[in-house]
Design a protein around this ligand. Structure first.
Ligand code: OAD
Length: 244
């Protein structure tokens, strides 16, 4: 990539594509021909506040299934490469790195990355509708277990549903304003506000790079798009950036 030595601050956005080769379904297809999660479940039945009001059992069972499904999956070479970048990039003074993920799995962390921000929430956290506390959670919620903080049977998945505000947007835009490079990995560019980060980056004059299996809805906005499976293109890019 051009002018690599002028890069100091990096913001990386990841999506479901980075976890696809770990065996976690993407939302919109292109996952070993199995189809995406949203081809088998209607968003409006399981991923909106209205769905939760109408049929909480269905919604809780859906996320119980997803929560169980991620826990025996392992981080892949792309997660490990970003973890290496996370360790090595900011070691030098004057350099910053932030991984913003739309993913609700914990594979970035289990791969070893530390500077990770979950803008769409996390499977392994439960959020209490009574006391507002968030608690680490690995088991099911459908049986209405008590909140560890207040005891109320009011825990919901800590997932940002359609129509809700993603988390930590101020921090994300603050990081973007300081960045010299924005990299998008494994995301279809179909869901805002994340899909709009590339345009914000362009307006800010930031270099933009996309790493994805195929061209995405946002591809035209990037200075450069590299196509291929995340387990190949992400380690190759990290090697390039860190000089092998
Ligand atoms: P999508 O399922 O929309 O898109 C996944 C992207 O990853 C697609 O562009 C695929 O081509 C690409 N992809 C698939 N396999 C890949 C691989 N092995 N290597 C690299 N890329 C691969 O997932 P997201 O863009 O993350 O939100 O979806 C965004 C949001 O929509 C999600 O966070 C979720 C969903 O509805 C909520 O639930 C709030």
């Amino acid at each position: 990539m051009a002018a690599m030595d002028s890069i100091r601050n990096i913001v990386i956005l990841t999506g479901a594509g980075i976890s696809a080769e770990s065996g976690i379904d993407t939302f919109r297809g292109a996952n070993d021909g199995r189809g995406g999660l949203w081809e088998n479940h209607r968003v409006e039945d399981v991923a909106t506040p209205g769905a939760y009001e109408r049929d909480p059992d269905l919604v809780l069972r859906f996320y119980d299934m997803r929560r169980a499904a991620i826990q025996d999956k392992q981080p892949n070479a792309a997660h490990h490469a970003l973890a290496r970048l996370d360790r090595e990039w900011a070691r030098e003074p004057g350099r910053e790195l932030l991984i913003v993920t739309q993913n609700v799995d914990d594979l970035h962390q289990r791969g070893g990355a530390r500077r990770v921000l979950h803008m769409h929430g996390q499977h392994l956290t439960a959020w209490c509708g009574a006391c507002d506390m968030r608690s680490p959670w690995t088991g099911p919620l459908a049986q209405r277990p008590p909140c560890p903080a207040c005891g109320a049977a009011a825990l919901r998945p800590d997932i940002v549903w359609f129509g809700e505000m993603p988390y930590r947007m101020d921090e994300i835009y603050a990081a973007l304003r300081k960045a010299d490079l924005f990299v998008s990995i494994g995301t279809s560019g179909a869901v805002y506000p994340a899909a709009g980060f590339v345009r914000s980056a362009r307006e800010l004059g930031i270099r933009t790079l996309e790493l994805n299996l195929e061209r995405s809805q946002g591809s035209d906005w990037f200075h450069e798009t590299r196509l291929g499976p995340a387990t190949q293109v992400v380690p190759a890019w990290v090697d390039e950036l860190l000089g092998g």
